[in-house]
Write a protein that binds this ligand. Structure first.
Ligand code: 5BU
Length: 272
């Protein structure tokens, strides 16, 4: 586990050089939640309803905007309005993975105009560093301070090839673009596979595949619990069906929030 994961979000907010990372830690601390809701709903109405209902309990809402059947500018305008109302960030799980030239068009243009409304996006470094350079350039060119990138360093699906050298390369490339890359999507801390090279390095660990009731699904998804994820060095817990597909999504969100926050508090207490 990295030494930063033993510090509080408030301490990390103070020290972090990236404006969006600071804001994320401040939101988490203010709302006492490290839950990222993976809102994989397929209509605008359902997506906005879950965002509004669960907004008070989450730090970030993660979208797959291309699965929204009736997508229009109303979808993202609605999301941005609700994000402001409930004080959370929006993360589009786009997994950019192409040559830089294509990725810039996918990020800022097209039908989805992701750069306009998503605070956070993610990308795979399978194409090499150019994909991150392309996103970083767009962020710098627009002169905005509230946009950031996560590198997809590992995946939760059975047989994932995002391991070993690929994961190490993810960390190397993150260091080259540390102005915009604020962390990783991965299953655990990467400190063992790629130890920090600077004392103040603070990449944020987002962990998908978090579910309190199931071990996986029929299509290769593999789950861990909020407790195991936090013990492994995760900072933010990404949960989808465990929350939105629950009979009572609000109660489920509260339960995940409590479990994630308790695990966070015990981790920083143990380090004191
Ligand atoms: P679930 O309903 O909690 O299984 O949803 C998990 C979400 O996280 C879903 O949107 C996936 O696309 C996403 N995900 C993942 O499950 N595993 C990964 O390695 C990555 C993303 Br990267």
């Amino acid at each position: 586990m990295s030494s930063k994961s033993k510090q509080s979000f408030a301490q990390r907010a103070k020290a972090h050089p990236n404006v969006l990372a600071k804001r994320l830690f401040e939101i988490a601390e203010r709302k006492q939640t490290n839950i990222v809701l993976s809102a994989d709903l397929t209509t605008t109405g359902e997506l906005l309803k879950i965002a509004d209902d669960l907004g008070p309990h989450i730090a970030v809402l993660k979208t797959h905007i291309d699965i929204v059947a009736d997508f229009s500018s109303k979808t993202t305008e609605g999301l941005s309005r609700i994000a402001q109302k409930h004080d959370f960030l929006i993360f589009e799980d786009r997994k950019f993975i192409d040559i830089g030239n294509t990725v810039q068009k996918q990020y800022s243009g097209g039908a989805l105009r992701i750069h306009e409304w998503a605070h956070i996006v993610n990308a795979s470094v399978l194409p090499g560093p150019g994909v991150i350079q392309a996103l970083d350039e767009t962020i710098l060119k627009e002169k905005v301070t509230d946009r950031a990138i996560l590198i997809l360093a590992e995946m939760t699906s059975k047989g994932s090839l995002a391991v070993g050298d690929y994961t190490r390369a993810s960390v190397d490339i993150a260091r080259q673009y540390a102005g915009s890359v604020v962390g990783f999507v991965c299953t655990k801390s990467l400190a063992d596979i790629a130890p920090a090279t600077a004392a103040d390095e603070d990449f944020i660990i987002f962990t998908t595949g978090v579910n309190m009731a199931n071990k996986g699904d029929a299509l290769g998804q593999q789950y861990q619990t909020p407790i195991t994820a936090m013990a492994g060095g995760s900072d933010f817990l990404i949960a989808g069906r465990g929350i939105y597909a629950n009979r009572d999504p609000i109660a489920a969100a509260q339960e995940y929030r409590q479990a994630g926050w308790d695990a966070y508090i015990s981790r920083i207490k143990a380090a004191e």
